[in-house]
Design a binder for this molecule. Structure first.
Ligand SMILES: Nc1ncnc2c1ncn2[C@@H]1O[C@H](COP(=O)(O)OP(=O)(O)O)[C@@H](O)[C@H]1O
Ligand SMILES: [Mg+2]
Length: 203
C-alpha cells in the first residue's frame, strides 16, 4: 500500500546509474523534466527554486507525493509513487512513479476516434470534472494532456503537483474557473466545443 514516502538523498552516480537508457519524454529550456526509464517507470524532475516562491514552502515534488496519496484515498486514478528523491548534484527533486496505465486524452484524440466515441468521451470528461470538484479537487493543470483514459475506461490525473484539495466541494466560482482552464488551449478547446454541453460552457 501507499505508506508515507520518505524523502531520500540520491547521489549523482546513483542518479546516472538509474537513468541509464532513459527516454526523455518532456524537457524545457532548463533541461529534462520527465524521463521514461527502461523498466517502464517514470522519473519526474523538479527544479529546486532558491528564491522566495511558494515552491520554497512546499517543493513541487513533495506536493506530487502528497497529492498522489490524497487522490488515491479519494478513489481518483493517478500515478503510484515509488520514491521521492533529492538530488543535490543537479539541484533537482524527483519523484519516481509507476505510470497511470492508459493514454492521455490528447493521445486518444491523436490516435483517431469516431465521432460517437469522441462525444461520449467529452461527456465522460465533463462528468469526471464535476466529480472531482464535488470531492473538493481544484486541478490547476487541467488540460487534455494531463488527464488519462485508463484501460478500465475511467479517467485519472497525471501531472498532479498543481492541485489543491479542500474539505468541501468547490463552489460555483472555482468550478467555473477550473472549467475555463480546461478550455484554455486552442486544440483542446476546438475538440471540446464540438459537443453542445462544452460549447455552452465556453461562452
Ligand atoms: N503517470 C503517467 N502515466 C502515463 N503517462 C505519463 C505519466 N506521467 C507522465 N506521462 C507522460 O509524460 C508526459 C509529461 O508528463 P507530465 O507529468 O504531464 O509533465 P509536464 O509537467 O511536462 O507536463 C505526459 O503527457 C505523458 O505522455
Ligand atoms: Mg503535463
Amino acid at each position: 500500500m501507499r505508506n508515507r514516502i520518505p524523502l531520500q538523498l540520491l547521489g549523482h552516480d546513483k542518479y546516472l546509474e538509474m537513468r541509464a537508457g532513459a527516454r526523455v519524454v518532456e524537457q524545457d529550456e532548463h533541461g529534462e523534466k520527465v524521463l521514461l526509464l527502461p523498466d517502464g517507470t517514470y522519473f519526474k524532475l523538479f527544479r529546486r527554486k532558491r528564491v522566495l516562491t511558494s515552491a520554497a514552502w512546499k517543493p513541487y515534488a513533495q506536493r506530487f507525493v502528497e497529492n498522489a496519496a490524497a487522490l488515491h484515498r479519494l478513489g481518483i486514478p493517478c500515478p503510484q509513487v515509488l520514491k521521492h528523491y533529492r538530488i543535490p548534484a543537479i539541484s533537482r527533486d524527483a519523484v519516481h512513479y509507476l505510470p497511470l496505465e492508459g493514454e492521455t486524452i490528447r493521445q486518444v484524440i491523436a490516435g483517431g476516434l469516431g465521432e460517437a466515441r469522441a462525444d461520449a468521451l467529452r461527456h465522460q470528461l465533463l462528468e469526471f470534472i464535476h466529480h472531482i470538484h464535488s470531492l473538493g479537487i481544484f486541478f490547476r493543470s487541467a488540460h487534455l494532456g494531463n488527464i488519462v483514459l485508463t484501460p478500465e475506461n475511467t479517467l485519472g490525473l497525471i501531472d498532479i503537483s498543481d492541485l489543491r484539495i479542500s474539505w468541501f466541494r468547490l463552489g460555483r466560482f472555482r468550478r467555473r474557473r477550473n472549467l475555463r482552464h480546461v478550455l484554455r488551449y486552442r486544440d483542446d478547446r476546438e475538440w471540446l466545443r464540438r459537443s453542445i454541453e462544452w460549447a455552452r460552457l465556453d461562452k
